[in-house]
Design a protein around this ligand. Structure first.
Ligand SMILES: [Zn+2]
Length: 273
């Protein structure tokens, strides 16, 4: 029951979300992620939690785990969030934090700083009362979800296996619907090797990797199957040297397949977009 001492008021919550949103955190800017991780860790300073900070590597930022001082001797509730966003540094100049009517805007506020902050705030309010729920709460903040969780996957799986319930603070879908399962993701890098030749004088000696790439993209695109929940996206294409040279190139593609689950529980935290 809400009382006057309860701080579930929108201004307090929005002020907190704003602080998290205003530190821009594209996955590929680990220093920025770490700055936010420091802010998030600081939010727990006076709460009954043990904070663990796992240093980032492979170009990714740190991960943060906050474990409640109670209930850690048995499976509890894991609340899973990511601190990174897809928005590049400087995007906030185009999309500054602002409130319009009953909506708030800012880079990554929807996916998922709003949800992550709300979960933190709820936990903090829980701690402000003397009552302790029967289950422990562990909040995990990872730094690399938007690129497929390469450095956090093992941590997510380990914490997920220990938990009785896992809640992910990704946003709701249309109409506020809750998401109960998400797609799994796989990434592939495809290299296509051509045979270099001068495109004007000796085209017959060359084999165009670019022409083959066009074929490969068409084939990959044909694998999309919305009904089966399969989406394939060619996201990055690199290669070529000069307009008149036939050459090697590569492409990076992402395939989302339906609902990878382990032990009945989705173990892959997926961009799902
Ligand atoms: Zn997300």
């Amino acid at each position: 029951m809400l009382t006057t001492a309860n701080r579930f008021d929108s201004k307090t919550i929005l002020d907190g979300i704003r602080r998290w949103v205003e530190i821009e955190t594209p996955t590929e800017a680990p220093n920025q992620i770490n700055k936010l991780a420091t802010l998030v860790a600081g939010c727990y300073r006076d709460l009954p939690v043990a904070i663990e900070r796992i240093p980032g590597h492979s170009g990714c930022g740190d991960h943060l785990v906050a474990r409640s001082a109670w209930g850690q001797d048995k499976p509890g509730i894991l609340v899973l969030s990511h601190l990174d966003t897809v928005h590049p540094i400087g995007f906030i100049e185009r999309l500054p934090f602002r409130i319009e009517g009953d909506s708030a805007f800012g880079p990554g506020i929807y996916d998922m700083k709003g949800g992550a902050y709300l979960a933190y705030h709820a936990f903090a309010q829980l701690c402000a009362t003397p009552a302790r729920p029967p289950l422990g709460v562990t909040q995990l903040y990872v730094s690399d979800e938007e690129i497929g969780s390469p450095t956090s996957r093992a941590l997510i799986e380990a914490e997920g296996r220990k938990a009785k319930y896992v809640l992910v603070t990704e946003p709701a879908r249309d109409g506020g619907k809750i998401v109960t399962g998400r797609k799994g993701v796989a990434r592939f890098e495809v290299f296509i090797k051509g045979v270099p030749a001068h495109a004007g004088t000796k085209p017959e000696d060359g084999r165009s990797a670019i022409r083959e790439l066009a074929n490969v993209i068409q084939a990959l695109d044909a694998m999309n199957d919305r009904k089966r929940g399969v989406s394939v996206n060619v996201g990055v294409v690199k290669g070529g040297t000069r307009p008149n040279v036939i050459i090697t190139l590569s492409l990076l593609l992402t395939a989302f397949s339906s609902y990878i689950r382990e032990g009945g529980r989705p173990v892959v935290q997926d961009p799902g977009r």
